[in-house]
Design a protein around this ligand. Structure first.
Ligand code: EPZ
Length: 424
């Protein structure tokens, strides 16, 4: 986690070239949790090199697993689980570690972790996770900032209806249900590709899951999961971010190792803006954007397959120089426009009212000193800085590195004048 660094961008360069898209952070994290359920060695290929992945491997080690990385492959040996508590310091480092709750409970029958707090983009409650696990027989006490969970009679199947299609809650229920007694149904389940990837992987390990990717998922509990290997799906959010980066510089980009079908929530918005996007075989997408873009019609973030909340920030950066007025409605998180005040420092004309953001496109942005305060908002500042005339400096690089592998190297490889320097 490099919190003493900053990105220096000399903007205005047209980006042109090819980027290989990294594996999905939001798939790799639940997959690493799933390895706890396996009596033996799980192998994950195309695992991105990110600080959040490192944090998950530290949690696995605390639980008694042996983790090792060789290039893009991470291997986890969960033959011996000696612990069911996740250290507070690691929970605080990454609130998404709550995804270990379902797998640790499923494997050991117990789990203790500190309450995952909120973050910059919202309060991030986990009420849906806890109520579902309680329906499956977990006894969960919440006191002194800790969740103490046990399953006196083991976990059993249940018919669960989520009031919101929560990604994390769907994942925790899947992880808890695969070794539970009986059948679990999840209604109004999240349909994200990362859910399908988790189910595909668990089925390779011997689970019996059907319906992943639809609104109702069925899990028939089995006795044991066996070691196997799995390749993490491409990161659709990183792909979308680089598409915004190329588009804002009126550039040309080929993305490889991506999955165009996972991006149908936002490619139409790019096309509506005047970006030419051509998905073609073999996991490749070609994009070019030669002229000034036009503002899209209102963009509303939605659960998959709608417009993903995680690309909202990079798209607001892209729209800051598009002709016309863009409107974004953020329906998933309550505080996901924090990056806008930094875009205004570059000369963007943006107003936020509650969960609505209105952008009047300007012809030019000009470089400034900016501060990233969360992952996707930080990526949005990079996108805007690439188009801004002059020098843009961005601190808070550690936030960006939670989700983007060496973003400065990827962008430099397609013509950006960007470097990472240590704060003196
Ligand atoms: C996952 O977060 C992703 N994180 C997020 O990506 C992503 O933005 C989000 O899904 C939505 O797609 C990972 O996969 C690690 P949710 P998660 O549960 O699971 C409310 C990134 O930038 N809610 O679908 O936390 C919640 O408050 C990150 O990579 C409850 O009310 O998302 C929020 O408003 C950011 N109660 C909404 O649902 C609950 O018990 C979406 O949450 C759970 C959620």
């Amino acid at each position: 986690m490099d919190n003493q660094a900053r990105l220096i961008i000399n903007g205005g360069k047209r980006l042109e070239g090819e980027i290989c898209v990294q594996g999905s952070k939001n798939s790799a994290l639940p997959l690493l949790s799933a390895s706890v359920l396996v009596h033996g060695e799980s192998t994950f290929h195309n695992c991105p090199k990110l600080s959040d992945i490192d944090a998950s491997c530290r949690i696995l080690a605390c639980l008694g697993c042996k983790c090792k990385r060789s290039g893009d492959t991470v291997t986890v040996d969960a033959g011996q689980i000696s612990e069911y508590e996740i250290p507070d310091c690691l929970m605080r480092r990454m609130r998404g570690s709550v995804i270990f709750l379902g797998s640790v409970l499923g494997r050991t029958g117990r789990c203790r972790l500190s309450f995952p707090g909120g973050c910059e983009i919202g309060s991030r409650p986990i009420d849906l996770h806890l109520s579902a696990l309680r329906q499956m027989g977990a006894v969960i006490t919440e006191e002194h900032g800790y969740l103490d969970c046990e399953t006196p009679a083991g976990l059993h199947g249940a018919k669960i209806t989520l009031s919101f299609s929560s990604v994390g809650a769907t994942e925790n229920i899947l992880l808890a249900a695969v070794l539970a007694n009986g059948v679990t149904e999840i209604h109004n389940a999240a349909r994200e590709p990362e859910i399908v990837d988790l189910a595909d992987c668990l089925n390779k390990f011997g689970a019996k899951i059907s319906g992943a990717g639809e609104s109702t998922i069925y899990i028939e509990g089995v006795q044991r999961l066996e070691p196997n290997e799995h390749t993490v799906i491409p990161d659709r959010i990183v792909a979308g971010t680089y598409m915004c980066a190329a588009a804002i510089t009126r550039g040309e980009l080929i993305l490889t190792h991506c999955e165009p079908s996972h991006m149908n929530g936002f490619i139409p918005v790019l096309e509506q803006m005047g970006v030419r996007v051509y998905p073609y075989g073999g996991g490749k997408i070609y994009l070019n954007s030669r002229k000034r873009l036009a503002a899209p019609s209102t963009v509303r973030t939605m659960p998959y397959p709608g417009f993903p909340t995680d690309v909202q920030a990079p798209f607001t950066a892209l729209c800051s120089t598009a002709e016309g007025t863009s409107v974004f409605v953020e329906t998933i998180f309550e505080n996901r426009f924090r990056h806008v005040s930094e875009l205004v420092r570059l000369g963007a004309s943006v107003k936020v009212e509650g969960n609505v953001c209105v952008i009047e496109g300007v012809k030019k942005l000009s470089g400034a000193k900016l501060c990233a305060s969360e992952l996707r908002g930080g990526a949005a500042l990079v996108v805007a800085g690439l188009a801004a005339e002059g020098v843009t400096e961005i601190t808070g690089v550690n936030y960006i590195e939670r989700g983007y592998e060496t973003i400065e190297n990827e962008l430099r490889s397609i013509g950006a004048d960007i470097k990472k320097v240590q704060l003196v």
